[in-house]
Each structure stands twice: as structure tokens, then as C-alpha cells.
Design a binder for this molecule. Structure first.
Ligand code: FAD
Length: 394
């Protein structure tokens, strides 16, 4: 009996680990398209991009671990097709492999623009951009999302002039809303970033040309405009796909022998009562244990709240929870936005649905408790640093 993992990122590695931990002792094959063993991506836009961490620190496990665990890792090998009726996958080298259970952990790929821009997804991308930052005097970054902002911070740390272009009226507008988006705009402007909001890029060529005709010259253009889930295999195999491979709370697809986890999965979240796709490290870290249990025909359900973190300059933050699209406007702040030491809470119908602690630590569990309570919060208590967070319910 063979279990196959299609994909070679964090979710894939954690799935292999979880299957062995949970007692699966059959043949286990992990096929990953990249030429590397599975590694963690968060450092690629932070410490690794800034030359502050070593390459061997980013790998989830070393080669010896996979050998000990008898996980057959096929690097540089894509799964090119899934034949669900025959329970067989085809690999890019032409080989065919029978599977009893299959996990799709194919992740996501950057959205691209026409023209000559750099993108940041892989360790090779990170090294390329690091080399560019070492030589460039000016770069343009397109997109003030998490990746764009972190690359802007790395570029400033390298002494490079940065023009950061964003089509919305604030960085991270859709996630954080206008008030907190503006706080991130201030952060970057305070560090010398030329942030231009509400602009549209018309052409990328030796810099960029904006829709209003303005040209911004640069030594390199780096784009971070979001990712698309890599659902090609699932689509071709006729699985249910809707901006991600649709799975239930146990991470099972519309085929009982095929599962999905990580960036590629749109999973039913029992607490939120809806399907969500999460493009965060903690999700790729934790979902695989549930997928592994389900692959072993055990009861399992993934109901962790989404969690995300970022580091930019001297700002560190953690974000916990989920704000439904278009509901990021009702915010209560505990602390001081200007000194960049605060917790922001997003409310929907009076209840806390998400919290972001900025340069304030060890509050994630309390924020989770508030969200899980799903009860109306007392806004004054929420805003008052003297009141323990767990007492902030109405
Ligand atoms: C630069 C960067 C910084 C980030 N920083 C943070 C952060 O600070 N905090 C945070 O929470 N999250 C962060 N993230 C997001 C986080 O890294 C992702 O959520 C996580 O990598 C998802 O893991 P995954 O295994 O699902 O997918 P991926 O990491 O995308 O891995 C999927 C792998 O599968 C391979 N693959 C695709 N198709 C096939 C196929 N058909 N056959 C075989 N292999 C295939 C791909 O090549 C890839 O190697 C960051 C991401 C990036 C790129």
C-alpha cells in the first residue's frame, strides 16, 4: 500500500511527519517539483533575504530524517496527472505510481504581470532578489501586501531606495481596513519608502510606467500581487475546486481517497461555518496532522483559528482570527497606534472576530479565547489596557 504526497513544501513535509507519527508504516512517497527538500518560506522575505540566516536553517527536515522515516522524497519531480479511477498518479519523469491515499499539498504560485519583474516564492527567488538588493540603488515594488511590505523593509535595510506602488488606498486594505492599513503606510513612510497609493501600473520596462503617464525609474522591479492556489492537478482530475481544492473539515476532497492541505486547500471551518483558504505558515504547519488522521480513516477536524505573523523594521506582529471580506472596518484599539505598541480588534456584530498584537507579546491565547467565546465584547474594556483581555466580554 502506498500513500502519495503531491507537493514539496511545508504542508507536504508535515504530512509525511504526521503520517509516521500517527503510525502509518506503509510506503510513503513525497513528490515535490522544486529541486530542494521541503523548506519554510517566511524567512525568504525576512532574515534570509537580509542575509541574516543560513540556508540550512530553512529546511523542515534534513535528508537523514526522511531516510530514517523511510519517506521516499522525489525532488525535482512533479505529479503531472491523477487518475482517480485507477488510483494512480503520473510523475514528470513518466513513472506511474499506485496510491491508496493521495494528499494534494501543491501550495500556491505568484500572480504574474506582463513584463520583466521579479517574484518571491522560492529560496532561489529570495537569493536572486538578495543579489539585486546588494547591487541596486533603486527598486520599484508593486503591491503593498505582506510580501511587498517585507521586501520593502529588507530593501531599506540594504540601503536601497524603494518606491512602493499600491492600487488600493492603503496597504493591506482588504485585510486590515483603512485605519490599520494607514498605520502600515506610516510605518513604511517613516522608514523612507516612497509609498504611492491608488496607482495603476501600465507597463513594466526598465522601471514602470503608471496609468497617469508617470515613469518611475528603477534598477529592478519586484512584484508581490498575491498568489493563486495551484489547483491544476485537482481541476484536471475532476475534483471540486473553487479558488482552492474544496475539502471538508477533515481535509478530504470530493473523492474519499484524496485530501488537500496548506495553501491549496479551501477547507470547511467548523467554528466559522464557512469554507476558507488560508495562505499562512501556521495553517500549512498544522493542517497536515488532521489530513494524516483522516487518511488513516480516523475522525479528525481542523478548527484552529487562522494565525499569521510578520516582521517589518522594528515592528513585530501576530494576527489571529478571520474577518469576512468587506467586514474589516469596525476596529477597537487597545494601546497607542502611533507608538506602534497596541492590539487591534476587529468586531462583527459586536463580537471579536480577529485580533492583531503589534509589539505586544504573549496575548495570542487570550485573543483566541475572546474569538472563540463568540459573545458580544465590551468595547471600553477591550480598549483599556488595565482590564485583562479575558474580562473584556460584555
Ligand atoms: C516569501 C514568503 C514569506 C512568507 N512569510 C510568511 C509569514 O511571515 N507568515 C506566515 O504565516 N506565512 C508566510 N508565508 C506563507 C507561507 O509560507 C505559506 O502559507 C506556506 O508556504 C504554504 O505551504 P504549502 O506547503 O501549502 O505550499 P507551498 O509552500 O507553496 O509548497 C508547495 C510546493 O509544492 C510544489 N508543487 C506544486 N505543484 C506540484 C506538483 N504538481 N507536483 C509536485 N510538486 C508540486 C511547489 O513547487 C512547492 O514547492 C510566506 C510565503 C512566502 C512566499
Amino acid at each position: 500500500m502506498t500513500y502519495v504526497i503531491a507537493g514539496g513544501g511545508l504542508a507536504a513535509a508535515k504530512a509525511a511527519e504526521a503520517l509516521r507519527e500517527q503510525g502509518y508504516d506503509g510506503r510513503l512517497v513525497l513528490a515535490g517539483a522544486e529541486p530542494h527538500l521541503p523548506y519554510e518560506r517566511p524567512p525568504l522575505s525576512k532574515s534570509y533575504l537580509q542575509g541574516k540566516s543560513e540556508r540550512d536553517k530553512i529546511f523542515v527536515h534534513d535528508a537523514a530524517w526522511y531516510a530514517e522515516q523511510q519517506v521516499e522524497v522525489l525532488t525535482g519531480t512533479s505529479v503531472t496527472a491523477v487518475d482517480r479511477a485507477a488510483h494512480q498518479v503520473t510523475l514528470s519523469d513518466g513513472a506511474r505510481l499506485d496510491y491508496a491515499k493521495l494528499l494534494l499539498a501543491t501550495g500556491a504560485t505568484p500572480r504574474r504581470l506582463p513584463g520583466d519583474a521579479l517574484y518571491l516564492r522560492s529560496v532561489d527567488d529570495s537569493e536572486r532578489i538578495r543579489d539585486v538588493l546588494a547591487r541596486a540603488s533603486r527598486v520599484v515594488i508593486i503591491g503593498a501586501g505582506w510580501i511587498g511590505l517585507e521586501v520593502a523593509a529588507a530593501a531599506r535595510a540594504a540601503g536601497v531606495e524603494v518606491t512602493l506602488l499600491e492600487s488600493d488606498g492603503a496597504p493591506l486594505l482588504r485585510v486590515l481596513g483603512p485605519r490599520l492599513g494607514a498605520a502600515f503606510a506610516d510605518l513604511h513612510r517613516d522608514h523612507g519608502v516612497d509609498l504611492r497609493l491608488g496607482v495603476k501600473v501600465e507597463e513594466i520596462a526598465g522601471g514602470v510606467r503608471l496609468a497617469d503617464g508617470t515613469r518611475v525609474e528603477a534598477d529592478a522591479v519586484i512584484a508581490g500581487i498575491g498568489v493563486e492556489p495551484d489547483t491544476r492537478l485537482a481541476v484536471a482530475a475532476g475534483l471540486k475546486v473553487d479558488d482552492g481544492v474544496v475539502v471538508d473539515a477533515s481535509l478530504r476532497t470530493s473523492d474519499p481517497d484524496v485530501f488537500a492541505a496548506g495553501d491549496v486547500a479551501r477547507a470547511y471551518h467548523p467554528l466559522l461555518g464557512t469554507h476558507i483558504r488560508v495562505e499562512h505558515w501556521a495553517n500549512a504547519l498544522n493542517q497536515p496532522a488532521v489530513a494524516a488522521a483522516a487518511m488513516l480513516d480516523r475522525e479528525a477536524s481542523y478548527d484552529r483559528l487562522p494565525y499569521f505573523y510578520t516582521d517589518q523594521y522594528d515592528l513585530g506582529m501576530e494576527y489571529t482570527g478571520y474577518v469576512r471580506p468587506g467586514e474589516a472596518d469596525d476596529v477597537v484599539i487597545r494601546g497607542d497606534l502611533d507608538s506602534r505598541e497596541y492590539i487591534a480588534f476587529w468586531l462583527a456584530e459586536g463580537r471579536v472576530v480577529a485580533g492583531m498584537n503589534v509589539n505586544v507579546w504573549d496575548v495570542t491565547d487570550d485573543i483566541k479565547t475572546l474569538i472563540r467565546a463568540a459573545a458580544p465584547a465590551d468595547r471600553a474594556k477591550l480598549a483599556d489596557p488595565a482590564v485583562p483581555l479575558t474580562e473584556a466580554l460584555a
